[in-house]
Design a protein around this ligand. Sequence first.
Ligand SMILES: NC(=O)c1ccc[n+]([C@@H]2O[C@H](COP(=O)([O-])OP(=O)(O)OC[C@H]3O[C@@H](n4cnc5c(N)ncnc54)[C@H](OP(=O)(O)O)[C@@H]3O)[C@@H](O)[C@H]2O)c1
Length: 248
Amino acid sequence: MGTEQQKVAVVTGASSGIGAATARRLAAEGFSVVLTARRTERIEALAKEIDGRAYTLDVTDRAAVDAFAASLERVDVLVNNAGGAIGSESVEAGDPADWLAMYQVNVLGVLNVTQALLPTLRASGDGTVLILSSTAALAAYEGGGGYVAAKHAAHTIAATLRLELVGEPIRVIEIAPGMVKSEGFAVTRFRGDEAKAAAVYSGVSHPLSSEDIADTVAWAVTRPSHVNIDLLVVRPRAQASNYKIHRD
Ligand SMILES: NC(=O)c1ccc[n+]([C@@H]2O[C@H](COP(=O)([O-])OP(=O)(O)OC[C@H]3O[C@@H](n4cnc5c(N)ncnc54)[C@H](OP(=O)(O)O)[C@@H]3O)[C@@H](O)[C@H]2O)c1
């Protein structure tokens, strides 16, 4: 675990994909990292590897989030990464239960953790709240349905919070990735159907990796304190928009 001088970064959804890569990268940048997710074994293993701390947490459980916040003495950086898509149905065919689940994790999850950690971030005298949204936060696509709606809401949380906190020593950064071939994203979207998940990246020679996004997170949070990267849109070269993807 960290020293007194070491800055502390909390990463939600650190058990997989972008969150795990971000935890690793922030540890390499010198942060003491607190890894949270629901899958305890995974975060414990990674915490051991990077000399961090694991805390099992479902970001949709507000009481659990509050207890987590109470366990932290210092937080300098919060990376709101936990999230994902469920289903690819049209708006007409979408299941409200999927929409609710996506809203809970991508929107209320961000709200819960951000609200609970803001006092500690403020007390650090130089805090950073980062929200991992998506290019789905900025433009719609067919079948994006509830995910597009939820990520638009996450984008709006970032924009609103930045307005509300201006003048305080807290930055609000949004990173909006395009196509990232992460461990779990497409598998979750297609409810465990590996073939459908693989088809998302078919013919795309270089989708982004989780490490590419971790790299942008690390860059954004290590800028001098007065520099706020409001919004960073990151796509692979082969993707010009949510729709226009070059496939070999
Ligand atoms: N991959 C992409 O193309 C892409 C593009 C743009 C944005 N994003 C966003 O990037 C973020 C990370 O996604 P990823 O691609 O790395 O997918 P991933 O590999 O499926 O990782 C998702 C992470 O979120 C955690 N999570 C899900 N529900 C949670 C909950 N209720 N409480 C706590 N943690 C929860 C998961 O951990 P547990 O299951 O252990 O709880 C897991 O660690 C998401 O917000 C996603 O929407 C992804």
